[in-house]
Ligand binder design. Structure first.
Ligand code: RUQ
Ligand code: CUA
Ligand code: CA
Length: 600
């Protein structure tokens, strides 16, 4: 039977076909129409979340070129939140004021925008612990850490010695490192390579900072990565083993590789001093270590996705220009004579395989960009050479890139839903300009065959997603600050202090529906620091502080304290007001900053 969300005009076309056919074969077609209606109703029931109930999963999606992380509810497909990372967001008071920490962080690391691709979640014992989320910025060589207790970006670092920060993964099972790849080969300074040569590295980051602890020089480039479940191996696909700089050069060979880095061997090399410090980072050249650090398994051709199975047995490279997925037996890597002998299978799955994900029941799901399909296949059968390894295929609209099944990156996938993150939506939505919305599709994978449930648009462009159970996440989120920050202002402490001839400090509280000071007076040219505490103790009682004509807005969660500094360089009266609709008297929650002119 054809799927419902069919190709162009699928529904409308099948309706007109139905009308035409009814005159001929009324019995059979009516039956089909009833069947289709029932299927639509069943799909709708599966994704509908009743008013006031939670979605089962929270999906963290890359916000692509927006430089944010998007939080969607699944199965509903509702956008719940966006977390600004590499871009300012005035609503949350994020990086919009020059003096603020978040602003300084973006300025220090190079740009006020980003190209986010791959969100990853912290793990304890191979499962998500709900503490932190990291995401790369491919455009500006950065990695950021988000604290999930507040859904807030708290750290961003530049990663030296690479360009095109792409593949990023947690080293399982206990987040010992974050690994991140340089997809573009670039100049590595200080003579590690010949002056005219380009190179690339895989960086092993300290999860918290997240700055590199060391880096490993890669042959060719490094694209998408993953780690083994015992923390011993880091893997990456390499699609440019040719070391080419043009597309023709990059696709010359029939085989590229999956590189496996033995992490204990790399750590031992660092300890023995077998590294060179480049741009402040210890860089290992695997050609020069006492113990073998790097293993190269040949994989056809310009492979992309690199995915370790939840049981930790295999790492798989999705072939991109080859219709195959290459399955590598991780336990054999350092035992066989040639790494090629660690290949356990190479099933043909379809055209343009990009990423592979898992249901925890022994099945793999591979996205096929060219075929616009997700293909489900059985891993054990493919390894055993049983030709019936393909289980099912489902059509996607259109050109799927990334795909992730729920909790597939952990050791315990839940095996119920799969998200298909598609590169083109073509005719799926009403035009909203020449650039169309991107499309995502939710697929039920709980049965033997896959079942396409719904599609929902996204900002350009969805690259990857990770998921947490709502019930696992909820207890980790801090709704009201219980511990006051050291600089918190208490009820009755609002005041203004002159701390120097040209410097004042304003201390204020915010609570429904007033600021601690209805007005304060400064002199033109004064450096003004405002410390503001939201003294609410109730969940969801945020207040804001916007200052007209001064380009200032900060947002304060219940119990939170924030500080802003600026120069009162314009004389006159300037209203400050609360930007979060907090009460029936929210509009009245405002006050005046009076700036006395120099000649006054
Ligand atoms: S990558 S489509 Cu999107 Cu960063 Cu595989
Ligand atoms: Cu406080 Cu609106
Ligand atoms: Ca190649």
């Amino acid at each position: 039977m054809t799927r419902f969300l069919g190709r162009r005009g699928g529904w409308a076309t099948s309706l007109s076909v139905l009308v035409a056919a009814t005159t001929l074969l009324s019995g059979a077609t009516l039956c089909m129409a009833t069947e289709q209606k029932a299927e639509i109703a069943a799909n709708a029931r599966q994704v509908y979340v009743p008013v006031g109930e939670w979605d089962k999963y929270y999906a963290f999606l890359s916000g692509g070129q927006s430089g944010s992380v998007l939080v969607y509810g699944l199965p509903s497909g509702r956008l719940i939140r966006s977390i600004p990372v590499y871009e300012p967001r005035a609503a949350y008071g994020y990086a919009n004021i020059p003096g603020s920490d978040s602003y300084k962080r973006l300025k220090r690391t190079g740009a006020f925008w980003g190209d986010t691709h791959h969100p990853i979640l912290s793990e304890t014992h191979g499962d998500y612990d709900g503490r932190w989320l990291w995401i790369n910025d491919k455009a500006n060589s950065r990695v950021a850490r988000i604290d999930l207790s507040h859904f807030e970006t708290v750290a961003i670092e530049n990663i030296p010695n690479l360009q095109g920060t792409h593949g990023i993964a947690v080293v399982s099972p206990d987040t010992s490192y974050i690994i991140v790849n340089g997809e573009f080969r670039a100049e590595i300074p200080e003579g590690l390579l010949k002056p005219d040569a380009y190179g690339s590295v895989m960086a092993f980051l300290d999860p918290e900072s997240p700055a590199p602890r060391f880096e490993v020089l890669m042959p060719g480039n490094a694209d998408i990565n993953d780690s083994s479940k015992d923390g011993r191996w880091a893997f990456t696909t390499i699609y440019n083993l040719e070391k080419g700089v043009t597309i023709e050069e990059m696709i010359r060979r029939d085989e590229d590789a999956i590189a496996a880095i033995n992490i204990p061997a790399a750590e031992a090399a660092i300890e023995r001093g077998e590294f060179q410090t480049v741009d402040g980072v210890k860089v290992i050249d695997p050609a020069k270590t006492t113990k073998q650090v790097l293993y190269l398994v040949p994989v056809p051709k310009n492979p992309h996705g690199c995915d370790v199975t939840p049981d930790g047995k295999y790492v798989m490279g999705s072939g991109k220009l080859s219709p195959t997925v290459t399955i590598i037996d991780i336990a054999k890597l350092d035992k066989v004579e040639h790494p090629r002998d660690a290949i356990a299978g190479q099933p043909e799955v379809g055209l343009g395989p990009l990423h592979t994900t898992f249901d925890g029941r022994g099945n793999a799901y591979t996205s096929l960009f060219v075929d616009s399909q997700i293909v489900k296949w059985n891993i054990a059968k493919a390894v055993a050479g049983d030709p019936t390894y393909i289980v099912d295929r489902v059509d996607i609209h259109y050109n799927v890139g990334h795909t992730q099944a729920v909790l597939a990156e952990t050791m315990h996938p839940s095996g119920d839903y799969l998200l298909s993150l598609n590169k083109l939506s073509k005719d799926m939505f009403l035009p909203v300009g020449p650039t169309m919305p991107e499309n995502q599709e939710l697929i039920d994978i709980s049965g033997k065959t896959m079942h396409l449930l719904s599609s929902f648009p996204a900002e350009p462009e969805p690259h990857d997603a990770v998921f947490m159970r709502a019930t696992d996440l909820a207890p980790k989120v801090v709704q009201v600050e219980k511990e006051p920050q050291p600089n918190a202002i208490k009820e009755g402490e609002s005041r203004i202090e002159r701390v120097g001839p040209h410097e004042v400090h304003v201390y204020m509280t915010a609570i429904r529906s007033k600021f601690g000071l209805p007005s304060f007076t400064v002199k033109e040219g004064d450096k003004v620091t405002i410390t503001l505490t939201n003294i609410e103790t109730l969940r969801d009682m945020s207040h804001g502080f916007a200052l007209d004509r001064y380009g200032i807005n900060i947002a304060l969660d219940p119990g939170q304290t924030k500080e802003i500094t600026f120069v009162a360089d314009k004389p006159g009266t300037f209203w400050y007001y609360c930007t979060w609709f907090c009460s029936a008297l929210h509009l009245e929650m405002r006050g005046r900053m009076l700036v006395e002119g120099e000649n006054a």
